[in-house]
Design a protein around this ligand. Structure first.
Ligand code: NDP
Ligand code: OXD
Length: 309
């Protein structure tokens, strides 16, 4: 049996070498060269072509290269009943936490203003702001959102979070479900999106919800691009209702060179590099899932297809 390696962006040599350190006899086919589709029993994939995964009659598991799985679930011809797994990795999470802290603190400590003062050679004392008077709202309290919330709470920020189901993370005031979204947004001076992309989260950061934020709120999106309605965010930035935005993910990546986000003075664009699952880090869990699939045991970190994450 063999692994299907299917990605246009991940280097096959590096990934297969890392996985083979844990499964030395692993056979692999690198898409699109798959001489024997019946030999494929596990797929490691990012954004497979529509219908691709339905070509393998003996497929027993599908793994994403990262935490997100929307790029797999968008295929309407996905074989039914084959478990899909995501990556859960403390280092991937730590990178996301770092990203959130960097961009919250940059705005909280008025770094851009201080740098502008420096360029003008102007000494103007600004009072260091109080984290305790600032509320950070985190959309999504999963692996990443809960860790980001804990790190912000440790710095003294008031942290609120929004999830689908009720949570009890220490230091994070949890709100959940559509009924509590309005109350969540109304308090979020920072809105940090760490949600998976699903039908329910697509377009969530829209005109109506942006208008519910306190005036001068700052938006950070490291979830997925389609969670933001770009025109609505641009309008909220131009009206001054939203003070600024840091965006790591976009409807189309790479971001179109003509997209207004690139040149907007209130927008920071990063190239979907908030964090990354590296081959060395995540090869053990991929190898373990291949083993489990072959032995008919439950896979680690399976997602719920019905929920989309
Ligand atoms: P998890 O599955 O662990 O957590 C998802 C969270 O979102 C859960 O708290 C879940 O609620 C909540 N959620 C999902 N749907 C809804 C909804 N409709 N309403 C309210 N809450 C909802 O995901 P991770 O934390 O591992 O990853 C989150 C996302 O981060 C990934 O899917 C990916 O898109 C993005 N990501 C981006 C990276 C980057 O470099 N920019 C890197 C890694 C990830 P509940 O707990 O109740 O189920
Ligand atoms: C992920 C990502 O989903 O890097 O892991 O976006």
């Amino acid at each position: 049996m063999a692994l299907l390696f299917s990605s246009r962006i991940h280097p096959a040599d590096e990934w297969l070498a890392a996985i083979r350190r844990h499964l030395p006899d692993l056979e692999a086919a690198i898409w699109p060269e798959v001489p024997d589709p019946a030999a494929i029993d596990f797929a490691l994939t990012w954004a497979p072509k529509r219908g691709e995964l339905s070509r393998y009659p003996n497929l027993k598991g599908i793994s994403s290269f990262g935490a997100g799985v929307e790029h797999i679930l968008r295929d309407p011809d996905l074989p039914a009943g084959v478990p899909i797994v995501k990556i859960v990795d403390p280092k991937l999470t730590a990178g996301m936490v770092e990203y959130v802290l960097l961009h919250v603190l940059r705005q909280h400590r008025q770094l851009d203003r201080l740098q502008a003062q420096q360029r003008e050679g102007r000494w103007q004392w600004l009072p260091p702001p109080d984290t305790g008077r600032t509320t950070v709202g985190i959309l999504g309290l999963g692996q990443i959102g809960a860790a980001a919330g804990a790190a912000l709470a440790a710095l003294g920020f008031r942290v609120i979070g929004w999830s689908r189901s009720e949570k009890g993370h220490p230091g994070i005031e949890g709100l959940h479900g559509p009924g509590e979204l309005e109350r969540f947004l109304a308090q979020s001076q920072f809105l940090v999106c760490l949600l998976p992309l699903t039908p329910a989260t697509t377009g969530l950061i829209n005109r109506r919800n942006l208008a519910l934020l306190p005036r001068g709120a700052y938006v950070i999106n490291a979830g997925r691009g389609p969670q933001v309605v770009d025109e609505d965010l641009l309008q909220a930035l131009d009206s001054g209702h939203v003070a600024g935005a840091t965006l790591d993910v976009f409807h189309r990546e790479p971001l179109d060179p003509a997209h207004p986000f690139w040149r907007h003075p209130k927008v920071t664009v990063t190239p979907h590099n908030a964090s990354d699952a590296t081959p060395e880090r995540v090869a053990p869990q991929i190898a373990e899932n291949i083993r489990r699939a072959r032995e008919g045991r439950p896979l680690l970190n399976t997602i719920d297809r019905r929920l989309g994450y």
